[in-house]
Each structure stands twice: as C-alpha cells, then as structure tokens.
Design a binder for this molecule. Structure first.
Ligand code: AN0
Ligand code: CP
Length: 317
C-alpha cells in the first residue's frame, strides 16, 4: 500500500477486516516487518488518540517513531507556492517535505481543513503535496476531508458488536460550540456506504454534506424518526458544507444532543463517537456512561486500524 487517504485505498473490506482481526489476535506477530524502519508522524493539529494509537501500532510492528508537532518547535510552514514569504512562515513545505522524507520510510500526516476556502480544503492541498513530493508511502491521520483510520476503526468496532447481519447505523449531527471539519462524517459515510448496512444520516437543515460522501445514504431531517430501530448511533458535530455558509456554525441547538429519551427510540443501540467529545453538548453524561456506550473500545480499535495500514505499507516497501 503506497497511500491511505480514503476507503478506496484499503480495497476489499472483508479482507481488510480479516487482516485487522489477525493483527488484533496477536499484535506482536509482525515485529520483524518494521525492524530498522522509521515512521514519521507530522501533526499540524492537536491529537490524543491518533498520536498514541499510531505510535503504539508502529512499535507493535518493531518500527522506530519520530513525531513532529509543526506548530510547537518547528519552523512555521508555508503551504502555498508563489507566496512572497515576508510573513511569519520561515520555511516552505516544498523544502520541508523532501527533507523530512529523507529521515524516514513512511509518513503520517494530520492536517485539518482551514474551513475558510472550500476549494482548498476539498483539493486536500497539504496531504497531496506530501504524496507528490515525499517519495514515501503517506497515510492520513485526518486530513481536510477524511479521517480514514477513524472510519476503519469504527467499522471494526461495528463488526465486533453487531448482532444483526445488516444493522441499522445512524450518523447524527449534534451541537458543538466551535466550527469543526466535515472530515469525520464524510469519511464515516464513505466507509458505511462501502458496506451493506442500512445507513441513515440525520442533521438539521443547512448541514447537508458533500453529495459525493452522502452517496446512497438515506437523509432524514427528523432526528427522532431517524433513531427508530437503530442498532448503532454515531454522533458527530460538523460545520456547514453548503455555500454560502461553508465552515460556519449554524446552530448549537441542544435539542439535537443525544440523550436517554432519544436512545430509547432505538433498538437498544450502541452509542459511538470518535472522541474527543463535549459532554452535554454532543451527548449526555448518562448516555456516554451507559452500558451501551462503546466509545472506549472504539478508540482502542484505533491501534488496530493503524497497525493494519502500517503492516500493509511495510509489506510494500
Ligand atoms: C476534530 C474534528 O472534528 O475533526 C478531531 C476529531 C477526531 N475534533 C475537534 O477538533 C474537537
Ligand atoms: N479520534 C481522534 O482522531 O482523536 P484525536 O484527535 O485525539 O487523535
């Protein structure tokens, strides 16, 4: 595997899930694969899970790991070509990428959407430059429009917990005080659409996602109706995608918060969220602490999705 930025890069999902199960069953079985190989993880944005789980996954495979927080201690990087660099950015990505690549074998990049210019975000300008100019396998640790390691972990988790062949999975928008990217919901939709699950998206008017990601999913504007008979509730906030409101917060209506009364409409659904989560905005304390909340095993599966992807990249070096 030379790049991992979307569901298309993982190929057949059943094969990928079987490989993930193999990894989970004995995560130290492939220690020789990563010997003397170095992973460089580059963060343009904060992280708890991605940072720790990906580093752990690489160590399970015997790799060495270097982590660079671009905004803490590194030179500020210019990402646009043609800019007169007389501002606060001391170095250009076009030099920084090949330099960084010279110290490693595989590169992971986290670079969120700026939420100002839709075209720039949806062209994935930052991670695409890493793919083009590094000469190394590159994987997304959440880029502007997708978070595939999260979606892969979500899929692994649903497969582990489902009791029906074709579960009803509902992704619901929920309120949040700050503008968040569409990467997690885009990506989750993309991966769910690649399964044969019954997949429903619910959100207030104005929060329609890019049709490319919505695909054949059913969109239901009545959240309570969407919850009826659900087996999994996947909560997430995102900012508006549609023009002229791209990147804006249109509502913080806590009527959309996932609470016990709404969960009672489901078929005893499991509650999922990628974390970090703001309690009593996205979900009430009661729901996230309930027996049906699987946010912790979901986060734990981030190690497994990362290890499966890194294993494939090492095998192709
Ligand atoms: C980020 C987001 O919504 O994309 C990261 C989630 C994994 N969330 C926040 O910034 C709170
Ligand atoms: N879910 C997730 O990617 O979390 P972090 O932002 O903490 O890495």
């Amino acid at each position: 595997m030379k790049k991992f930025t979307s569901v298309a890069d993982i190929g057949d999902l059943k094969i990928a899930l079987a490989e993930a199960a193999l990894v989970k069953n004995d995560r130290f079985a492939f220690q020789e694969l990563g010997k003397n190989k170095t992973l460089l993880m580059i963060f343009f944005n904060s992280s708890l899970r991605t940072r720790l789980s990906t580093q752990k996954a690489a160590m399970n495979l015997g790799m060495n790991v270097i982590v660079l927080d671009v905004n803490q201690g590194a030179w500020k990087l210019e990402t646009e070509r043609g800019v007169i660099m007389d501002g606060d950015k001391a170095e250009h990505l076009l030099e920084a990428i090949p330099v960084m690549a010279s110290y490693c074998d595989i590169i992971g990049v986290r670079s969120f959407a700026g939420l100002v210019n839709k075209k720039d975000d949806y062209e994935e300008k930052v991670i695409e430059q890493f793919i083009r100019y590094s000469g190394r396998p590159v994987f997304s640790m959440e880029a502007a429009t997708r978070h595939p390691l999260q979606s892969f972990a979500d899929l692994i988790t649903i497969e582990e917990y489902k009791t029906k062949e074709r579960p009803k999975v509902v992704m619901t928008w929920a309120p949040h005080p700050k503008a968040l990217p569409q990467a997690v919901p885009n990506s989750f939709a993309e991966w769910m659409n690649a399964t044969d699950y019954d997949f429903v998206i619910t959100h207030p008017e104005g929060y329609e996602l890019d049709p490319k990601f919505v695909g054949n999913a059913r969109v239901e504007y009545d959240q309570r109706k969407a919850f009826e008979g659900a087996d999994f509730i996947y909560a997430k906030n995102w900012s508006a995608y549609a023009d002229p409101n791209y990147g804006k917060v249109l509502s913080t209506d806590r009527d959309w918060t996932v609470d016990t009364e709404k969960m009672a409409l489901t078929d005893n659904a499991f509650f999922m969220h990628c974390l970090p989560v703001r309690r009593n905005m996205i979900v009430t304390d009661d729901v996230i602490e309930s027996e049906r909340s699987i946010v912790i095993p979901e986060a734990a599966n981030r190690e497994i999705s990362a290890q499966t992807v890194l294993k494939r990249m090492l095998e192709a070096l």
